[in-house]
Design a protein around this ligand. Structure first.
Ligand SMILES: [Zn+2]
Ligand SMILES: [Zn+2]
Length: 255
């Protein structure tokens, strides 16, 4: 399996996933068509499918133009029928997807939107705007309970899973993270490393689930330091996982 990251719009990432045995490919979250078509041509692969993680325009904006170039399967959550352009394969938790001989699995992870899904191909997770490198998506449609449960579900994957998220937001995410956990050495050194990569215009994605567990504040509701930091700002805060997650998310919204 070959994975090609395609920078789109201002800070989006689309991904071309290629079955090297059959030369079939799928594109995850095509924000725009042109750069995707160019890559498909360069790689000389046959684009067979569009895999949407959620309905937002910055993840689906290129679909109509791609579909105008040829017939494609279009995947998205079954609740997003009216919101994902050209949906042909309405999927849900546990459904399986084939791109050539590649086998993927759908995970239902609502929170950012009510119909958000992730695609898992082997150890590679394409999680859109749910889990970011160093952060998580805003709660546009779902509740903190839903998002917390979705992130918890992703945390059950193997530590070495690669996290391919939908945006290059890592530096800003970690800038916020160090305000909540300044004594987390792994976090501080990750922030420095990421700043160095961004200064050179390089991508910070993918990360690994292990890195996220160690440094992403939205997976660290059990961290005593984060709990203390949040409690100092909101003395009434209860320290159950959902409340800690919700408070951190709320602070990030206005960071
Ligand atoms: Zn989104
Ligand atoms: Zn997005």
């Amino acid at each position: 399996m070959k994975i090609i990251q395609i920078p789109l719009l201002r800070d989006n990432y689309g991904y071309l996933i290629v079955c090297q045995k059959t030369n079939s490919a799928g594109v995850i979250d095509p924000s725009e068509a042109e750069p995707v078509l160019r890559r498909v041509e360069q790689e000389k692969v046959n684009l067979k499918a569009i895999l949407n993680t959620h309905h937002h325009r910055d993840h689906t904006g290129g679909s109509e133009e791609l579909l105008a170039h040829g017939k494609l399967e279009v995947y998205g959550h079954k609740s997003d029928g009216g919101r994902i352009p050209g949906l042909t394969h309405a999927v849900d938790e546990g459904d399986e997807i084939e791109i050539g001989e590649l086998h993927g699995k759908v995970l239902f992870i609502p929170g950012h939107t009510t119909g958000h899904i992730a695609y898992l191909f082997g150890g590679n997770l394409f999680c859109g705007d749910t889990l970011f490198a160093g952060g998580c998506g805003r709660l546009f449609e779902g509740t903190p309970e839903q998002m917390h449960a979705s992130l918890k579900k992703l945390m059950t994957l193997p530590d070495q899973s690669k996290i391919y998220c939908g945006h290059e937001y890592t530096e800003g995410n970690l800038r916020f993270a160090v305000t909540l956990e300044p004594k987390n050495h792994k976090l501080v050194s990750r922030f420095e490393r990421v700043q160095g990569l961004r200064m050179r215009g390089l991508s910070t994605v993918p990360s690994t689930l292990e890195e996220e567990k160690q440094t992403n504040p939205f997976l660290r509701w059990d961290s005593k330091e984060i709990q203390k930091m949040l409690k100092a700002r909101a003395p009434e805060l209860r320290l159950d996982p959902v409340s800690v997650f919700a408070k951190a998310r709320q602070l990030k919204d206005s960071f």
